[in-house]
Design a binder for this molecule. Structure first.
Ligand code: GLV
Length: 326
């Protein structure tokens, strides 16, 4: 009899096929999260799960799934996991780092350019029939991206990929991390470590790439927004909750900063509706890693992790090594 696993939400048929050669797969083929009670009920007799960002794995769920050995997230972020509770339960947890760096960095750049040059508002204005003829002092004067200062808060793998792309725009790149990168990595990104205060004061485009945790909750709030230049743009492709959305709406309404490009929000998808009436914000629906090729690589890597974990091998992206018996 094959080991039973749950795939919590629709992924790709080829990955279900990959998993089915090893496991008896219970598949939620809807692209909608299972309600918490259903998730727990369907995990009750499973040894493993492929989870997505919308699947909360915590002590309550774990208590109902005594045979669970591994939970494999299809995402690099894993704030849907209570990692302490998972580790206490002796369950292996994995994520999908690496395979989405370039795609997510591209998304950061889409938002930098769209926000700086007001692409989305201008598109809407044309579609609405408001363009009456070419203007010199037009309604769409934006902020230059080239030769501007790119600031990155959270200089991990994705931050470094964002920084490397700045060379083509002749930008100065500054970043803040708890630990500065080593000299070779800094050189490869042509980036300089600065304090968080300097980053806020000097960035023309401030890109957030921190993981979300209680420690990074509202790292950007009213005080930080007030420290930014009035011509600056804030780009968040990391996680909702890192930014205080209420403070950001107020800063955008008052034009205390020039604009924002946001892929993530507090309370997704029920974001603050005041964003909808602002023409200085670009909104995308958490699509940072969303190309077919990358999402397929992520799902396939999660499957590789689960196959290894349930076959007694150390999964390549194990987050809690103490749970691996070896
Ligand atoms: C997406 O948000 C991820 O963490 O992979």
């Amino acid at each position: 009899m094959k080991t039973k696993i749950l795939v919590c939400r629709a992924i790709f048929p080829e990955v279900i096929e990959q998993l089915s050669t090893h496991f008896d797969v219970d598949y939620n083929d809807q692209d909608a999260a299972l309600p918490a009670e259903q998730l727990a009920a369907r995990l009750a007799d499973k040894a493993g799960a492929v989870t997505l960002l919308s699947d909360r794995i915590d002590a309550t769920v774990l208590a109902q799934a005594p045979g669970l050995k591994a939970v494999c997230n299809v995402a690099v972020g894993y704030n849907n996991f209570d990692l302490d509770a998972i580790t206490r339960a002796g369950v292996m947890a994995t994520n999908t780092p690496g395979v989405l760096n370039d795609t997510t960095a591209d998304t950061a750049w889409a938002l930098i350019l769209a926000s700086g040059r007001r692409v989305v508002g201008a598109d809407k204005w044309v579609r609405d029939g408001q363009w009456k003829g070419w203007q010199f002092h037009d309604d769409w004067l934006g902020n230059d991206v080239h030769h501007a200062t790119l600031g990155i808060l959270g200089m991990g793998r994705i931050g470094q990929a964002v920084a490397r792309r700045a060379a083509g725009f002749a930008m100065r790149v500054i970043y803040h991390n708890r630990q500065p990168l080593d000299a070779d990595a800094e050189k490869a990104c042509n980036a300089a470590w600065v304090s968080k205060e300097t980053l806020l004061h000097e960035a023309d485009f401030l890109v957030l790439l921190l993981p979300y945790s209680p420690a990074t909750h509202h790292v950007i709030a009213a005080t930080e927004l007030a420290a930014m230049k009035p011509t600056a743009h804030l780009i968040n492709i990391a996680r909702g909750g890192i930014v205080d959305d209420n403070a950001l709406v107020e800063a955008l309404q008052a034009k205390r900063i020039a604009g924002a490009g946001l892929d993530v929000f507090e309370n997704e998808p029920a974001l603050d509706r005041r964003f909808f009436s602002l023409d200085n914000v670009v909104l995308t629906p958490h699509i940072g890693s969303s190309t077919r090729a990358t999402r397929l690589r992520m799902a396939s890597l999660a499957a590789d992790n689960l196959i290894a974990a349930l076959n007694g091998q150390r999964p390549p992206n194990l987050l809690n090594p103490s749970t691996f018996a070896g």
